[in-house]
Design a protein around this ligand. Structure first.
Ligand SMILES: Nc1ncnc2c1ncn2[C@@H]1O[C@H](COP(=O)(O)OP(=O)(O)O)[C@@H](O)[C@H]1O
Ligand SMILES: Cc1ncsc1CCOP(=O)(O)O
Ligand SMILES: [Mg+2]
Length: 282
């Protein structure tokens, strides 16, 4: 096991040992799947939305995950209350800008949250992240086109610098950066795109990893890699049967994760800046 793999595994073990509470303000499509996925991983989910209680819940959580998948203005107002409480109590805040770019309301709401709350990590697909930095890319509802990690590296770095947060762009390969260091995470399976909520659950899983590891680039890399490994293992067993069987097997594989699960199922590569504005994969 490489030094990086050891560091990634240590974060997984901290999640499994401490079972962090993750406060999710998420969308109506993925709520149950997100709670079950967090339980499978070994974390504790809670969903809480009422303006009367979100500040109290956020301050006792290990992480707060804001997801605008089925947003309304009162819900975004409540997310900001929760986010400010999390900020005041040192609780990391993660944002999933679901469908940013599909409508102006989604883009503007994500940007409002980023202005009014200190967000530590943003995870989205390439189209969503592009729209957060004013770049146009096709988005069909909540879905982006197929993207490879290396192709998204420049965008991720630009977004991390512009939004002052760690950015993870997911797709066929994932990329994660704090604006300086940049990593490509491969793994997963195309079946993930046929099950709704796999991006949303991933953001909440990254919340569990952020709850136990203050280095959010490390926490995020570990979360992406183990999530991809669980999906790859599930696909190996169920690809022939289809997305329904895969969804169940994926929850089972999240519950079975252990330090050696990455082997043969996920890989992390460091990208290096070329000095001329580009990147090459190390
Ligand atoms: N073609 C693909 N092959 C393998 N994994 C994929 C593919 N597309 C997406 N994923 C994985 O699916 C998960 C959700 O990512 P993504 O589909 O980009 O999110 P969203 O559902 O928010 O658009 C991530 O773990 C990502 O790596
Ligand atoms: C289908 C849909 N519509 C609004 S939110 C949502 C779920 C999106 O989940 P994910 O981004 O994880 O695919
Ligand atoms: Mg999504």
């Amino acid at each position: 096991m490489s030094l990086l793999e050891k560091e990634l595994s240590d974060v997984l073990e901290k999640v499994q040992n401490t079972k962090p509470l993750v406060h999710n303000m998420t969308n109506v499509v993925v709520t149950n799947f997100t709670a079950n996925g967090l339980y499978a991983l070994g974390a504790s989910p809670v969903m809480a939305y009422a303006p009367e209680e979100v500040a109290d819940m956020a301050k006792i959580a290990g992480a707060l995950v804001l997801n605008i998948g089925t947003l309304s203005t009162p819900q975004v107002d409540a997310m900001i209350l929760a986010g400010r409480s999390a900020n005041a109590h040192g609780v990391p805040v993660l944002l999933d800008p679901v469908g940013a770019g599909a409508t102006a309301f989604r883009t503007e709401s994500a940007l409002r949250i980023l202005r009014e709350v200190k967000v530590s990590l943003v995870r989205g697909n390439a189209a969503e992240i592009a729209h957060l930095v004013g770049e146009s890319r096709e988005i069909k509802g909540v879905d982006a086109g197929d993207t490879a990690g290396a192709e998204s590296a420049d965008l991720a770095v630009r977004a991390a610098r512009a939004l002052n947060t760690v950015v993870a762009i997911t797709g066929r390969e994932d990329v994660i950066t704090d604006g300086l260091q940049c990593r490509i995470v491969s793994g997963g399976d195309a079946l993930l795109t046929q099950v709704t909520g796999t991006g949303c659950l991933l953001t909440s899983v990254l919340g569990a990893f952020a709850a136990v590891e203050r280095d959010l680039l490390l926490a995020g890399t570990s979360g992406l890699a183990f999530y991809g490994a669980a999906a790859s293992r599930a696909a190996e067993r169920t690809a022939a049967a289809g997305p329904g069987s895969f969804q169940i097997a994926f929850l089972d594989e999240l519950a079975k994760l252990h330090p050696h699960s990455l082997k043969g199922h996920a890989a992390v590569r460091e990208m290096q800046a070329t000095g001329t504005g580009g990147w090459w994969v190390g």
